[in-house]
Design a protein around this ligand. Structure first.
Ligand code: FAD
Length: 387
């Protein structure tokens, strides 16, 4: 049988990781539990603690700091299985365990690594990444939140928005403008700001999906931080974010695969079990072709995601490859959720089947991590186009 999940290049260890996580989430995060957490907007703390017991929080942390690092391909398997169980889990996990862990591990100071990474790897520290602002999303280099020099430190003044997990975070990794007038590449700086710091205010927003992990507005009202808050060098934030976003897009592709695969699995099982007009509905060509198209899209998205992850592992440039993987996988996620809704008919609207959740969770994958339009612009530049 054609199986879009077939991962012929995966090692036995990688297959074991997938099997272990699939069993864990089916037990600890079934459809009904995630639906309850999302509908009550209850942070999925217990499940996240269980993920710590599996060692997941340390997958991007060096062993010297208590982590158990795995390659990008294995990270993608972990992310896919987390997201398949529920976007609220991915939203809580990815900013901390991947984006912030990599920012501190690769660009932070020794002190920052020692202070944060052991707790992060143990699953005892939550972080959020604050890049987007009310007036600045795709045009990230135009951000307005200021880091005004004050002694050795900075006064942070401004507002971020869409900061996922900020209200549960111990630290908010925030990109600020530290130099006026300079080109954006030499004007931005990452700072680690404790959420409980005087002058920091966090307000959760109401959203469509993954509501158990809030996406928030964050206000910085003259927040004074010392030099120990600066990640990497002052005015080097643009280079750091560009570097980290390449990997982030591969992880976003893996999230989308989790949605596409989850929707496919539910739809296929339903089409085999449900009969109308005296036959299983998979035998109605219109339904069978939707399943075939889902399998084709997943197989393509999976191959591109794995290829991009391999480039990360080999230290090769990955800007266009990560963009292609993210575009194809996120559009596959949306299409698979849409087909899944059609295949389940009226039952697709019922929460207990899990399809409506994928339907709500899929679309944002085309929007965050660089919208698919912006990523197509990246490809146009690679194809020789310019502004
Ligand atoms: C649920 C959720 C969670 C998020 N989590 C985080 C987070 O944790 N941290 C964080 O920093 N951000 C986060 N974001 C923000 C996300 O990264 C932004 O929404 C995204 O970058 C797009 O920015 P924007 O929404 O301001 O849209 P805009 O940039 O205003 O774009 C609006 C539309 O115009 C299009 N567009 C804009 N410029 C161009 C162009 N040059 N060419 C073609 N089309 C263009 C866009 O593609 C889009 O369709 C999150 C968003 C959501 C919805």
């Amino acid at each position: 049988m054609f199986d879009p999940l077939a991962d012929t290049a995966a090692s036995p260890e990688q297959r074991q990781v997938r099997a272990t996580l699939r069993a864990f989430f089916e037990r600890e995060a079934p459809i009904a539990r995630i639906a309850e957490l999302d509908s009550t907007e209850t942070y999925p703390a217990e499940i996240l603690t269980g993920m710590a017991e599996l060692g997941l929080w340390g997958i991007a942390v060096d062993e010297a700091y208590g982590g158990s690092p795995v390659d990008a391909r294995t990270r993608c398997i972990v992310i896919e299985e987390i997201q398949r169980a529920g976007a609220c889990l991915g939203y809580a996990f990815i900013p901390t365990a991947l984006f912030c862990a990599e920012a501190i591990g690769r660009f932070g100071t020794d002190n920052q690594r020692q202070q944060h990474l052991p707790a992060l790897a143990a699953g005892n520290l939550r972080m959020a990444m604050a890049l987007s602002e009310p007036d600045c999303g795709s045009d990230l280099m135009g951000l307005a939140t200021r880091g005004i020099p004050e002694g050795d430190g900075l006064i942070i003044r401004g507002q971020k928005t869409f900061t996922t997990g900020a209200d549960a975070a111990d630290q908010i990794l925030t990109l600020v403008r530290t130099t006026e007038g300079a080109t954006p590449r030499h004007a931005l700086t990452f700072v680690l700001i404790p959420r409980s710091h005087p002058g920091v205010d966090v307000k959760p927003l109401k959203k469509l999906a993954g509501q158990a992990t809030h996406t928030c507005e964050v206000f910085f009202d003259d927040v004074l931080v010392g030099p120990e808050a600066i990640v990497g060098e002052i005015n080097n934030g643009a280079a750091i974010v560009m570097d980290l976003l390449d990997a982030d897009r591969v992880y976003t592709a893996a999230q989308s695969l989790g949605i596409a695969q989850g929707a496919f699995d539910i739809a296929r099982a339903y089409a085999l079990q449900r009969s109308q007009f005296g036959t299983q509905i998979i035998n109605h060509q219109a339904v069978g072709h939707m399943l075939a198209d889902m399998a084709i899209q997943i197989a393509g998205a999976r191959a591109l995601t794995e290829a991009a992850a391999d480039r990360l592992d080999r230290g090769l440039p990955c800007r266009s490859e990560s963009a292609v993987a993210k575009i194809v996988a996120s559009e596959a996620g949306t299409q698979c959720a849409l087909h899944g809704m059609q295949i389940l008919g009226g039952y697709s609207y019922m929460v207990e089947y899990g399809m409506e959740r994928y339907y709500r969770e899929a679309k944002v994958q085309e929007i965050f991590g660089g919208t698919n339009q912006i990523l197509r612009n990246v490809l146009v530049r690679d194809l020789g186009g310019g502004r």
